[in-house]
Design a protein around this ligand. Structure first.
Ligand code: NAD
Ligand code: UDP
Length: 349
């Protein structure tokens, strides 16, 4: 298949690109580089042993997108482009609705015009809002507590309406739990610009000495050790889920929401311990008050993915932490060699 990956040079998109290219699909990356760099396409090419096609463009540019769909004879789209920081979405809601919701409408218009009706969408467990029961299956009620989550929910609902209106659409909304880890070559991974919002990149930066101390947000939750429980999933497992979802859509029309998680939850203290083990470094941390909006525990019921896609996560917590650590060390090495540090940081993202 010829597959367009919007957000293809981003953290998750780049790993999806590797998996799809290794399965002999033709992959075209489409990204405006607002949160990634062009050289990611070269690194994907280095891993898969052939060059990876890249188009610089914004998903809100419908005509340009349509041209790309036509030129590369695209059969299916994996739609990962979007903004993803919860806190930022509260401060900049219009940017989030513009990039995520308006961007998706533009993509759907272009796809419809070119009669490309297979779509895998990057959704999130955030659409479940405050968990009402655990583990969370796909029938769990949905809600949103911030503009980022609301943008994901709006998109999911829009895609559902589209599939009802026209039975030719084949749509999978993959609800990711907590993607972490990096490619085993350490050529791809997550290197956030500025202070990381998420736990694992923050731990990695403390291990490397980039940051002095990790704030643990709350140790008084009703969990085994009092810290928050999450379902961390290796980004390569997640990427393989996309490939299987695309395969599933070949024969299955309609709208499908599918969790991608391991079903296994780890606490913040367990994550710290595992990272200390793989890195051999001590992670300094201090317990701080709970982070506003956080839930005590969130983990998936991943049965639907197993039944529909034949997918299960196979990589361990140790794989997640060691690949993150390997990638962090590569970033540190590269940064140290680079005379112009800010540009260098950007280059490795
Ligand atoms: P990322 O920021 O690394 O990748 C997103 C990519 O989209 C970036 O390369 C960015 O330049 C591009 N982009 C943003 N707006 C664009 C636009 N208007 N036009 C074209 N390109 C645009 O993020 P990621 O972690 O790889 O996330 C990918 C998708 O998965 C996002 O939609 C995100 O909401 C979703 N998701 C991520 C997580 C996570 O923890 N990383 C969890 C759940 C869902
Ligand atoms: N967390 C933390 N310190 C940090 C970042 C996160 O203690 O600097 C905790 C957070 O409270 C949650 C868990 O780590 O219990 C995972 O947080 P993350 O932001 O990575 O994922 P999300 O909360 O979005 O699921």
């Amino acid at each position: 298949m010829n597959i367009l990956l919007t957000g293809g040079t981003g953290y998750i998109g780049s790993h999806v690109a590797v998996v799809l290219s290794e399965m002999s699909h033709r992959v075209v990356l489409y990204d405006n580089l607002s949160n990634s760099v062009r050289t990611v396409a070269d690194r994907i090419g280095e891993i898969v042993g052939k060059s990876c096609e890249f188009v610089r463009g914004d998903i809100r540019d419908t005509d340009f997108l349509q041209k790309a769909l036509r030129e590369y004879e695209i059969d299916a789209v994996v739609h990962l482009a979007g903004l993803k920081a919860v806190g930022e979405s509260v401060d900049k809601p219009i940017e989030y609705y513009s990039n995520n919701v308006q961007g998706t409408i533009s993509l759907l218009e272009a796809m419809k015009a070119e009669d490309v009706k297979r779509l895998v969408f990057s959704s999130s467990a955030t659409v479940y809002g405050q968990p009402q029961y655990l583990p969370i299956d796909e029938s769990h009620p949905t809600s949103a507590t911030n503009p980022y989550g609301r943008s994901k929910l709006h998109i999911e609902e829009m895609l559902g309406d589209l599939a009802i209106s026209d039975p030719d659409w084949h749509v999978a909304c993959l609800r990711y739990f907590n993607p972490v880890g990096a490619h085993e070559t350490a050529l791809l991974g997550e290197n956030p610009s500025g202070k990381p919002n998420n736990l694992v990149p923050f731990i990695a930066q403390v291990a490397s000495g980039t940051r002095a101390v990790l704030s643990v947000f709350g140790d008084d939750y009703d969990t085994s050790d009092g810290t928050g429980l999450r379902d961390y999933i290796h980004v390569m497992d997640l990427a393989e889920g996309h490939a299987l979802a695309l395969q599933f859509l070949v024969d299955n029309a309609g709208w499908h929401a599918i969790n991608l998680g391991t079903g296994q939850a780890y606490s913040v203290l367990e994550m710290i311990k595992s990272f200390e083990h793989v890195s051999g470094r001590k992670i300094a941390f201090e317990v701080m008050p709970r982070r506003s909006g956080d839930v005590a525990a969130c983990y998936a019921d991943a049965e639907k993915a197993r039944n529909l896609l034949g997918w299960t996560a196979t990589r361990t917590l140790e794989n997640m932490c060691s690949s993150t650590w390997h990638f962090q060390q590569t970033v540190d090495k590269y940064t140290a060699q680079c005379p112009k540090q800010p540009e260098c940081d950007k280059a490795r993202r």
